[in-house]
Write a protein that binds this ligand. Structure first.
Ligand code: ZN
Ligand code: ZN
Length: 230
């Protein structure tokens, strides 16, 4: 399936993930309509706040994750492009979307110069169904752009959890508790940039961060393309 998609990508001209227009994977019009998250943002979870300085109450939920930053709101052309990238086999959107993601990733790599990029993993069963993991595609492109090495170990999903869509905050948390494990040499205090396409409550990212901390990671910062405000 993946090979077939790559062949089609090569044969067919690029089409915009946002509006379907032929010519680019994300056309200039759709790129302009991507709504970047604006300050004031919560210092920890990065959500947009009404007034600077107020706490959004995320500290009780996000303990292992030092910070979460997303590029833009999950709406409009970006929402359509991510949906096609994730569920409709438009793997060729990876470089265009990773390009947007560098806006926050470069800032974090500037702060944590030793940081390693780690994608949020899919369970092997889900990976077989979908044929690819969208977070792995984004990380592959980002490592190439930023000339970052692949870590010696990897984060894996040990429990196949039902999708988080439609679950409330508490259920999202218990759904992904202990779902991840770090396999490989201990991380020896290094910083990790955890990468995914969309963040909602941050429950999946927090569970990944717990596994990375158990594997010896220092600071864990999560970066996502889009953010659903809940
Ligand atoms: Zn477009
Ligand atoms: Zn917050």
């Amino acid at each position: 399936m993946a090979g077939w998609n790559r062949l089609l990508d090569w044969l067919l001209p690029p089409r915009c993930g946002g509006c379907g227009a032929v010519g680019a994977w994300l056309c200039a019009g759709c790129r302009d309509r991507v709504r970047r998250l604006e300050e004031p943002l919560c210092r920890r979870c990065g959500r947009e706040l009404e007034h600077a300085g107020i706490s959004c109450g995320c500290r009780a939920r996000l303990r292992c994750l030092s910070r979460l930053r997303s590029v833009a709101a999950y709406e409009g052309p970006l929402e359509r492009a991510i949906h096609r990238f994730k569920y409709a086999g438009w793997q060729a959107l990876a470089p265009a979307l990773a390009g947007l993601l560098t806006e926050v990733v470069s800032v974090e790599v500037g702060v944590h110069t030793d940081a390693q990029l780690v994608p949020v993993p899919l369970h092997p069963r889900r990976l077989r169904q979908r044929g690819y993991n969208q977070a792995v595609l984004l990380v592959g492109d980002l490592r190439h752009r930023l000339r970052l090495q692949k870590p010696a170990g990897r984060l894996i999903r040990v429990r196949d959890t039902p999708p988080q869509v439609g679950l409330d905050r508490l259920r999202r948390r218990s759904n992904v508790d202990d779902a991840f494990e770090w396999r490989g040499p201990p991380l020896a205090g290094g910083a990790i940039l955890l990468v995914d396409d969309v963040a909602t409550t941050g429950a999946t990212l927090e569970s990944c961060a717990a596994a990375l901390k158990a594997g010896g990671a220092g600071q864990v910062v999560a970066v996502t393309l889009a953010r659903v405000d809940v």
